[in-house]
Design a binder for this molecule. Sequence first.
Ligand SMILES: C[S@@+](CC[C@H](N)C(=O)[O-])C[C@H]1O[C@@H](n2cnc3c(N)ncnc32)[C@H](O)[C@@H]1O
Length: 356
Amino acid sequence: MGASSRALATVVRPEILDCFRKQVPACRESGSEFTARIFERCAEDIEAGGPVARWVADFEGQPVLDALPQRVLGAVQFLALGGEAPEFMRFHPFGGEPRFPEAADAFVAVVEQNLERLRPELSRQVQTNEVRRAAGLLGGFLTVAQETGLPLRVLEIGSSAGLLLFWDHHRYALGPHRWGDPKARLELTTDWSGPPPPLGARVQVTSRQGCDLDPLDATDPAELRRIQSFYWADQVDRQRLLLKAAAALPGPAPVERIRAGEFVARETAERREGVATVLFHSSMWWYVPRAEQAEITEAMERAGARANADAPLAWLRAEPPDLSRAELRLRTWPDGDDRLLARVAHHGQWVEWLAA
Ligand SMILES: C[S@@+](CC[C@H](N)C(=O)[O-])C[C@H]1O[C@@H](n2cnc3c(N)ncnc32)[C@H](O)[C@@H]1O
C-alpha cells in the first residue's frame, strides 16, 4: 500500500477520537488507572494513524452509545486472557505486573499483529453480568415473597449469562444483616444503609427462566472469558467475583435467545395460579428500543389486569435514572402500585434501603 492510500485508510471520525479521550478521565475517576492509560495510548495511536486507528476507522456505530473503547479493550483482553497475547498479559493487572509504557506498547503490538482477526470483534456488543446486583434485588424478591405468601416464578430479561437468576442460591452479608444458607458456595457482600429488607420471608423459587439477544454460557470457559474480557482491566475484584459466580452455577443457566418484548408477552399471556410471577431486570432497559419498552409495559399491564391474590404479578427493576446510581423499583398487581424500594450502586457495592 502506498503512503497516500494508507493515509486515506486511516481517517478516523473525530467523535471516535473524542470518545477515547473522554474515557481517560472517566476511568481515572472510577479508580481504573491501567485502563485510563490504555485508552490514552489508543487516542495517541488514533491521532498518529497507527494500528488502533486502522482498526477503528471502519467502525460505523455510535462510539459513545455503543461503548467503542470497551469493545476495543474487550477484544484484546479476550485474546490475552486466552493465552494468545502473553507479552500484554505480563503487564496486565489480572495475573501480571502493570508497568507503563510497556503495557501500552504491548497492547498496540497485539492490535498490529492481530488486526484482521480483531476487525469483526468491534461488532460485538459489550456484555457483562454483575452478580453483586443480586444484593439489592434480593430485597425486592423478599418483599414479594412476604406480601404474597406464595412461591416465586422468576423471569428475567437481558440475563446475559443468567448469573442473577440464581440469586436465592447465595448467602448475603448486607452490611450487618445476613441472609441465605451459611454453607452456600458464594457470598455476596454489600454496604447497607436504612432498615433491613424482610429477611424472615419464606422463599421458594418454583421456576426460573431468562432471555437475552445474545445469551452466554458461563459454564463454557471461552464464553466466560468473553464476559470477563469486557471488564476494565484493573477491576480485578469484579472479575474474581464473576469467576466465583460461574463456578457456583449448578449448570448452564436457562437463558433463551429471544427479544425481551417477545419473551414477556409470551410468559405473561396466561395467568399462573398458586405462584407469584416476578419479572426482573437490571442494567438492560436503556438498551431496549422505545417501541419494545412499550411492548413490555403493555404486556405487564395486560397481565396485571388479570392478576389476583392467588396469581399475583410483580415487576422488579434495578435500572439507573442517571449515571451515578440505579434505583430498585417494584410494581405489583393486582393493585398496580409502583414503589421505590432502594437506591443501589451500579455494580451492587452499596444499597440504601428505603422501604419500611
Ligand atoms: C449490561 S448487560 C446486563 C446483564 C445483566 N442484566 C446484569 O445486570 O448483569 C445488558 C444485557 O441486555 C441484553 N439485551 C439488550 N437488549 C435486549 C433486548 N431487547 N432483549 C433481550 N436482551 C437484551 C444484552 O444482550 C446484554 O446481555
